[in-house]
Design a protein around this ligand. Structure first.
Ligand code: SF4
Length: 401
């Protein structure tokens, strides 16, 4: 295993500490990306405990091992689709440290013997800088592809479908892309931040990686913060307290009405949960996760029901329309929530939201209906007092987020 002799980055700023635009600058600052065999890479990633930073939090070593086990030459895809409207981290990474993301692709490609490396960028990303970076690198070419697909465009099988020249719709969940993906080949899809984390882990090793975060949830992660403060992207250790992230982002704590953690498929948390640590262990009792690293703050004088109804309506419109829950259940659920968000609404709408939520769960070919149902469930729980006020014909909203 080749390791770099350059001093590791200390502190919580790791991937965001790298600001190297040209290839020469990048190699001078960090040394070349190490070349590892697939066994070496799997062992390294496994002992570091790196998990995917795209939302699902799946152990990266298991994903690599699944592709490495195939007899066919795989394709490696970097996922910078950033379909989550509230996320800004892929854009930030590709602007600030494009070579770090490309290093991650290169390390995976070499270890897996892949001849085809693709970086997929979504419609909100300007790929100019990463294209320039890819063109100046020696060795294997990275094919940078600008794609569409909206909110679900970054879902693994929808992304692969689009790269295969078809619509950006999720595919049969029984045939994962690591078995049959691009052109029928086993395909490893890794989020842009996962690639950047991997590029540093391969250089500095698992002990360095684990020196931040918790033993069960190690490392740092990027979090896009918005609401009550200009949008920003922070890098923080796994397990940091929610309150600390809000303070770092400059959010006035006394103005926080609720926070949405994990994006539009995420979970609302009350302001009283400021002591919760952002790691699996503390978040699972709330049914929450950091997802793709998104924190949206709602002000105390906003109506959580109205905001949630708008999000549910957006999510219903993003569905690919090929399964029952997306064609029928989600639009009706969003419509019912919207009617409930009007002061003086019919009390029977509360039970109807609940009924429709139960109808969409587990019925789609992808997790879109389940994620939307989870979001709606947390809306009804966290904003229960808003619901009661609306049924009485009142709403305390004084500002619009
Ligand atoms: S559940 Fe919805 S978004 Fe998912 S595949 Fe079916 S129609 Fe598409």
């Amino acid at each position: 295993m080749t390791t770099t002799s350059i001093a590791p980055l200390t502190g919580t700023q790791r991937v965001l500490a790298v600001r190297t635009e040209s290839w020469r600058e990048h190699v001078d600052a960090l040394g070349p990306a190490p070349r590892l065999s697939s066994d070496e890479l799997i062992r390294l990633v496994d002992s570091a405990g790196l998990t995917g930073r795209g939302g699902a939090g799946f152990p990266t070593a298991r994903k690599i091992a699944a592709v490495a086990a195939s007899r066919r030459t795989p394709v490696v895809v970097g996922n910078a689709m950033e379909g989550e409207f509230l996320s800004h981290k892929d854009r930030t990474l590709l602007d600030q440290a494009p070579h770090l993301v490309l290093d991650g692709l290169d390390i995976l490609g070499r270890a897996l013997g892949s001849r085809r490396l693709i970086l997929a960028t979504g419609e909100r990303i300007d790929s100019t800088r990463v294209r320039r970076a890819a063109a100046e690198r020696p060795g294997r070419l990275v094919d940078v592809r600008d794609l569409g697909g909206g909110f679900i465009g970054g879902q693994e099988s929808a992304l692969v479908s689009q790269l295969n020249g078809r619509a950006a719709v999720p595919q049969d969940p029984h045939t994962p892309v690591y078995v049959r993906g691009i052109d029928g080949r086993p395909t490893l899809v890794a989020n842009a931040e996962t690639l950047a984390q991997l590029a540093l882990l391969a250089r500095f090793g698992p002990d360095w990686f684990r020196s931040q975060g918790t033993p069960d949830d190690p490392g740092t992660f990027l979090i896009s913060v918005s609401g009550l403060t200009p949008p920003s992207v922070l890098e923080v250790p796994r397990g940091i307290r929610l309150r600390e992230v809000l303070l770092q982002a400059g959010v006035p704590l006394e103005r926080v009405g609720a926070v949405l953690l994990g994006g539009y498929h995420g979970t609302w948390l009350r302001p009283g949960t400021g002591d919760v640590r952002l790691c699996e262990e503390d978040l699972s009792p709330y049914g929450a996760s950091t997802g793709a690293g998104i924190l949206h703050v709602l002000s105390v004088d906003s109506c959580g029901l109205r905001v949630s109804a708008e999000i549910a309506t957006y999510l219903a419109a993003q569905a690919a329309g090929q399964c029952g829950p997306c064609v029928n259940g989600m639009p009706r659920m969003a419509d019912t929530l919207t009617r409930l968000a009007v002061p003086g609404s019919d009390p029977r709408l509360v039970a109807e939201v609940d009924r429709l939520r139960g109808l969409v769960i587990g019925r789609g070919a992808c997790a879109h209906p389940d994620g939307t149902a989870r979001f709606v469930a947390s809306t009804m729980l966290v904003f229960a007092r808003h619901v009661e006020a609306h049924l009485r014909g009142e709403c305390h909203e004084t500002s619009v987020d």
